[in-house]
Design a protein around this ligand. Structure first.
Ligand SMILES: Cc1cc2nc3c(=O)[nH]c(=O)nc-3n(C[C@H](O)[C@H](O)[C@H](O)COP(=O)(O)OP(=O)(O)OC[C@H]3O[C@@H](n4cnc5c(N)ncnc54)[C@H](O)[C@@H]3O)c2cc1C
Length: 371
């Protein structure tokens, strides 16, 4: 693995960094306070190509690979983690359709997701009674003569109120899970109120109810019964996204100490070292995925676990040692740091909690050995 970035990867990183610096960060506190879904920023991200970084160019993506995607998410997260998670889910949903969709499914959905016509896609896996244990889902899809009827409830769905397409997992038999492309405007879907979260307020998180929602035969994504392995594969990639987001939150928070000689550096030194280790792990997992390596679960989970844990430690250490001052600029930076502290917590929860990452790593070590 070559750790130097290509010209294109550097260009995408710069593009995302500049957008985060000039557009996201100056508005991050206001958008957080107003819990304003970032429609304008998402359209601008689409114009920059960042809503489909690892998507083929004929489908409107940048076709720039997984490392470029990771770099972009990190930079956007340093500007506003709420925008970054929305972007990450859109990229993840597009990639699932790209990987498993038919030509007509790809053409029908992906260009609308990469161009900004759809503000985002949603990944509807979790349910009120099944988060970590996704296979325990209760949503069902019953076969009819001309399609399927979906009934059930999904919980904690990012962008659920605004998405242009839902990926919905449902049981098609007691021991069989399938995946469906669902139009959010279909009859029988109701959207719950936005969840009142501790952070990332500008991202939208809702429950979705499916009450006898009829979808056509061609709504099935992949083959019948392939839903669970698709979800696990998507989450492996998604964990690279959340590891990258964690790096960006830590970078954004650490940048607040720049030009502040009164800030004690010693408590941060070992954490900075662990942050760079997490960055290398994240790039390695991204590189493995980019090579088409079929098994990178362990590496993605290790990266997500390490990056999200050190990110939370960094923001909390910064808060502990934040020097007192009455300057306005200092107060504003403190408000941003407090936002990063609140935003960081969920990186240890979504796309699998830290405990679940340990389970994935342990299972993979048993299966593949330590090499
Ligand atoms: C802001 C936000 C956005 C989200 N967005 C989405 C989304 O877009 N799509 C989606 O499908 N889901 C989404 N989720 C759901 C998220 O993936 C789940 O919250 C997460 O997987 C944990 O599931 P749970 O909340 O049901 O907790 P539980 O699974 O009930 O876990 C509770 C606790 O038990 C621990 N635990 C559970 N099982 C084990 C085990 N086997 N061993 C050790 N410890 C265990 C967990 O680590 C956790 O600490 C989102 C969640 C949040 C908070």
């Amino acid at each position: 693995m070559d750790l130097s970035l290509t010209r294109e990867q550097q260009r995408i990183r710069e593009l995302a960094r500049e957008f985060a610096r000039t557009t996201l960060r100056p508005n991050a506190l206001r958008c957080d306070e107003d819990a304003e879904f970032p429609l304008t920023s998402l359209r601008q991200l689409a114009d920059l190509g960042l809503m489909g970084v690892n998507i083929a160019s004929e489908l409107g993506g940048l076709d720039a690979g997984v490392i470029a995607y990771s770099l972009a998410i990190t930079e956007i997260s340093a500007g506003d983690p709420a925008v970054a998670v929305t972007m990450a889910v859109n990229n993840m949903v597009s990639e699932v359709i790209q990987e498993f969709g038919t030509t007509s499914q790809k053409e029908a959905f992906i260009p609308r997701m990469t161009s900004g016509e759809f503000s985002s896609g949603s990944f509807c896996l979790s349910e009120p009674g099944s988060g970590s244990d996704a296979a325990g889902m209760r949503t069902r899809a019953e076969k009819t003569t001309d399609g399927w009827v979906i009934t059930g409830t999904k919980a904690w769905i990012t962008s659920g109120e605004f998405a242009g397409v839902f990926l919905v997992w449902a049981k098609t038999a007691d021991d069989e899970i399938s995946l469906f492309l669902v139009d959010p405007t279909a009859e029988g879907i109701s959207v719950g109120p936005p969840e009142e979260k501790m952070g990332q307020h500008a991202s939208n998180t809702v429950a979705l109810s499916f009450d006898g929602v009829r979808v056509a035969e061609d709504a099935l994504l992949g083959t019948r019964g392939q839903g669970f392995p698709i979800a696990m594969m998507a989450l492996d990639g998604g964990r690279i996204g959340i590891a990258s987001q964690s790096l960006g939150i830590a970078d954004g928070a650490l940048a607040l100490t720049k030009d502040r000689p009164e800030f004690p550096t010693a408590p941060l030194l070992p954490l900075r070292a662990r942050l760079e280790a997490a960055r290398t792990m994240t790039w390695r997992a991204a590189w493995l995925k980019e090579q088409g390596e079929p098994r990178f679960s362990r590496e993605a989970s290790m990266a997500k676990l390490t990056a999200s844990e050190v990110c939370n430690e960094i923001v909390s250490t910064l808060l502990t040692h934040w020097p007192a001052s009455s300057e306005l600029a200092h107060e504003q930076d403190l408000a941003l740091l407090l936002k990063f502290v609140r935003d960081a917590r969920v990186t240890r929860i979504y796309e699998g909690t830290s405990e679940i990452q340990r389970v994935v790593i342990a299972r993979d070590l048993i299966r593949r050995g330590a090499s």
